[in-house]
Design a protein around this ligand. Structure first.
Ligand SMILES: Nc1nc2c(ncn2[C@@H]2O[C@H](COP(=O)(O)OP(=O)(O)O)[C@@H](O)[C@H]2O)c(=O)[nH]1
Ligand SMILES: [Mg+2]
Length: 476
């Protein structure tokens, strides 16, 4: 009796128990992280035809690659605090916020959250008050109510008190208001203002957007070469540019500034476009002179790190007009303050092209990034739904949309429109898949992912063990 019981016990331990554990593991893997809302999607997709093993293998492999990249890249919003790493500016900010009655903790974190040395930067006119308020409200709702990053407002004339009051009231972080002095906004002495006026007038007749605007030119030059040197930004390492009336259409539930620092990123974007050629007639020739004169600042075109091919189809001979749309940028202020970037800006500025033509800060930042940054130093915030001036970027991963909390319509997204946008080319050049760019604190379960791809484990007649072996194989 005892022997029989012992042998039964052994059989259970040798075979049944491992099987049970594997079964539970597979079940967990399969169902893990399925938010309730996703169940409806599964129900909708239940009648699925049998799929081949190859399709399933590819899909599972995609999933595992995506989760692996995401796990590597994910930004932990609840990282514990290393006291030695606390920066003075963060402590000062925290103190000021507490005095203001603002909690410095994230909503799901007992410890004070250690913000990065980062801020929103908003160049605005007093007349932009309503548009800026709307933008702040959106940023707060989608992101900053958890993080309380400060805002720096800049203007070439003093802000009105009501602008200050109405914007401070909406911000959950500190707000600072600064005047842009004439050395950052006026004409440099080498620019012939009469010639600038004549050329402006001509461009106005051609119906080019802002063709005849003098203030727009000052604005573009300021954004190209000066905002990051404004004293109010001295204490920060990263900036997030905000404009009036922008929309963020998905929740941002991680800290992009931290993501930038932890991954040593220098520049990021959500939308890319093509520039109006008439506004930058000599910009590329001027850039080519710079490349010749300062090769030490350029990532060699033949290096696998260079992404010159994104802006030039012929290895630097010509410019294809592709640029990051700079009304959204999260970037490194230290990169913009570097000798390399400043030498580039000064080289451009000396020609007077910001005034004689209408060089925009978007092509200037983009060309600098394409010449001086490595591929790995750039990021496409694919998971940030963003809208500005009738142009939309909206993530469109079927596996993600049910949990993304996005209000945009992927059908409106400009990303794949190769006539107007260069984002698809950017992905080609970087050999990146969109899924690897999704940074989210949650990833859908394998079941959700398969279902969204029109696959179902059980209708595909596959044993969970096969799935498990795919998963383990790909993870190895
Ligand atoms: N203070 C100030 N801000 C300006 C001026 N012109 C434009 N801006 C700001 O610069 C940014 C870009 O201007 P915007 O008119 O939106 O240009 P667009 O996005 O290229 O159409 C916005 O944040 C504006 O508020 C100006 O003359 N003075
Ligand atoms: Mg704008």
């Amino acid at each position: 009796m005892v022997a029989a019981a012992r042998s039964g016990n052994t059989i259970f331990r040798r075979f049944a128990l491992p099987f049970l554990l594997v079964f539970l593991f597979v079940w967990f893997l399969y169902n893990f992280n399925t938010p309730p809302v996703v169940q409806n999607v599964e129900k909708a997709a239940i009648s699925i035809p049998e799929q081949s093993i190859e399709t399933l293998t590819t899909t599972v492999t995609d999933y595992v690659m995506a989760t692996r990249t995401i796990t590597e890249m994910i930004v932990e919003t609840t990282t514990s605090v290393d006291v030695e790493q606390q920066e003075e500016v963060v402590l000062t900010n925290n103190k000021k916020l507490e005095q203001k009655g603002i909690s410095t903790a994230t909503s799901n974190d007992e410890e004070p959250y250690q913000r990065e040395k980062a801020c929103f930067v908003i160049l605005a006119r007093n007349t932009d008050r309503a548009g800026i308020r709307s933008a702040i409200q959106m940023i707060e709702d989608r992101f900053n109510h958890k993080y309380h990053y400060p805002y720096v407002f800049l203007n070439d004339v003093p802000f009105h008190q009501d602008f200050i009051d109405y914007t401070t009231a909406l911000a959950s972080g500190e707000t600072f208001y600064g005047l842009v002095e004439e050395d950052m906004w006026g004409y440099p002495d080498w620019v012939d203002q009469d010639k600038a006026w004549e050329l402006r007038d001509k461009m106005g007749e051609l119906d080019i957007p802002y063709g005849d605007s003098e203030s727009y030119r000052h604005m573009c030059r300021f954004q190209s070469g000066f905002f990051f040197r404004h004293p109010l930004l001295d204490n920060y390492d990263y900036y997030w540019r905000v404009e009036p009336d922008i929309h963020f259409t998905c929740d941002i539930d991680y800290d992009p500034f931290r993501f930038m620092r932890e991954n040593d990123l220098k520049y990021s974007f959500t939308i890319t476009l093509l520039e109006f050629e008439e506004t930058i007639e000599t910009l590329w020739d001027t850039t080519k002179e710079f490349i010749k004169k300062y090769p030490e600042y350029i990532i060699p075109f033949n290096s696998s790190d260079s992404f010159i091919s994104w802006i030039s189809p012929d290895n630097g001979e010509s410019y294809n007009l592709c640029h990051f749309w700079s009304n959204f940028e999260i970037g490194s202020l230290n990169w913009l303050r570097s000798d390399a970037y400043l030498t580039f800006f000064n080289h451009l500025d000396k020609t007077g092209g910001f005034f004689y033509e209408r060089w925009g800060d978007a092509p200037v930042h983009s060309i600098a990034a394409a010449l001086m940054l490595r591929k790995s130093e750039m990021h496409f915030f694919y998971d940030m739904g963003y809208f500005h001036d009738h142009v939309t970027h909206c993530p469109d991963e079927p596996a993600w949309l049910p949990i993304e909390k996005c209000s945009c319509d992927p059908a409106d997204s400009i990303d794949d429109d190769r006539l107007y946008s260069c984002t698809a080319e950017w992905l080609d050049v970087l050999e990146r898949k969109r899924t690897t760019l999704l940074l989210h604190n949650e990833f859908p379960s394998l079941r959700t992912f398969l279902t969204s791809k029109g696959l179902n484990l059980f209708t595909a007649n596959l044993h969970p063990i096969i799935i498990l072996s795919f998963v383990l194989q790909t993870r190895a």
